[in-house]
Ligand binder design. Structure first.
Ligand SMILES: [Zn+2]
Length: 316
């Protein structure tokens, strides 16, 4: 038997806000997983959505990751610098007939969805523009220049295996419908950018928080349509506040920058993340000191609750 090749994983922060303890835990787990297997870990800044990127946050993300004791192989991959590759993928999908232009507004999509849907949850796209235009140019002429591009999604469940959660399936056609891979402004959608950038970097192992579980089947469909391999996915439970709600990026009290400013030792953050993942960590340790004890099978199921008061270093 040949040994499996060492994995290639990635840390992929978005420079849209401060990283907090929840991000720290996901990034530590992702880093431990590939380092424990002797693999490579890349760093990618997901800055494609320029409207959400905040000045200085890219540098802040790198500083936070270094403070945690994480390192990465090779230069930082900046998503917005790979636009030519994203355009190339769009062109390939268009040439294969996998996409069609859509000129619907959000309101039209909402009104066309006949079935009532959950408050806040988006209705699946009803397929209004499927086979409506002969070409992208025709769609643009119809709409006055703007047209999104959607992937044709075949009906039926899309099964995949998650390394933490086991066998999964999502009926993308029923739950999401034909989904956009480029917006009306031409901006490539998150799902396609992730797929193209992972493939380009040879990423074969993706450990991330389970709020992205719902994206996985869409990414798998895009990988198939582009003839790309799928990575092994590992979705870990989110970190929640004491109210049970997920920590948002605006949870600035629990941002790594605030903890650092408050004098918290990064090894305390590492120890908390390790213990919350079921790893033995009797004392504060550097991230690298836990590579040898990493064991994803020790990960408890269910979200991790965090008490902000436990991290408050302000004088009483
Ligand atoms: Zn449409």
């Amino acid at each position: 038997m040949t040994e499996p090749a060492p994995p290639t994983g990635r840390l992929a922060p978005s420079p849209t806000g401060l990283l907090h303890l929840g991000h720290a835990r996901s990034f530590l787990l992702a880093w431990w997983q590939v380092r424990a297997a002797g693999g490579r870990c890349l760093l990618r800044l997901e800055d494609l959505d320029r409207s959400r990127v905040r000045p200085g946050m890219a540098q802040a993300c790198l500083r936070d990751l270094e403070w945690l004791g994480l390192d990465w192989d090779g230069p930082v991959v900046v998503q917005s610098e790979g636009l030519a590759h994203l355009r190339g993928a769009l062109d390939a999908l268009l040439a294969a007939g996998a996409l069609y232009p859509c000129v619907c507004t959000r309101r039209e999509i909402r009104e066309a969805a006949s079935a009532p849907h959950d408050e806040g949850g988006a209705a699946p796209y009803p397929g209004t523009c499927r086979d409506r235009f002969a070409s992208l140019d025709q769609a643009r002429a119809h709409s006055g220049g703007r047209a999104a591009l959607r992937l044709r999604v075949a009906p039926g469940p899309v099964p995949f295996t998650d390394g933490v959660l086991g066998p999964q399936a999502m009926d993308v056609a029923a739950e999401v419908g034909d989904f956009p891979v480029a917006g009306p402004d031409g901006l490539v959608a998150y799902q396609l950018a992730v797929v193209v950038d992972d493939a380009r970097s040879g990423i074969d192992t993706v450990l991330r928080a389970d709020d992205l579980l719902g994206s996985t089947a869409r990414q798998l469909l895009l990988q198939r349509a582009l003839g790309l391999p799928s990575p092994r996915w590992f979705h870990v439970p989110l970190v929640c506040g004491p109210d049970g709600a997920r920590l948002a990026k605006r949870a600035d009290d629990l941002s790594l920058a605030a903890l650092r400013a408050g004098g918290v030792d990064p090894r305390e953050v590492v120890a908390w993340a390790a213990r919350s993942a079921g790893l033995p960590c009797p004392e504060p340790l550097a991230a690298a000191e836990l590579i040898g004890v990493f064991d994803l099978s020790a990960l408890p199921a269910g979200p991790v609750s965090i008490d902000p008061a436990a991290w408050d270093r302000s004088p009483a």
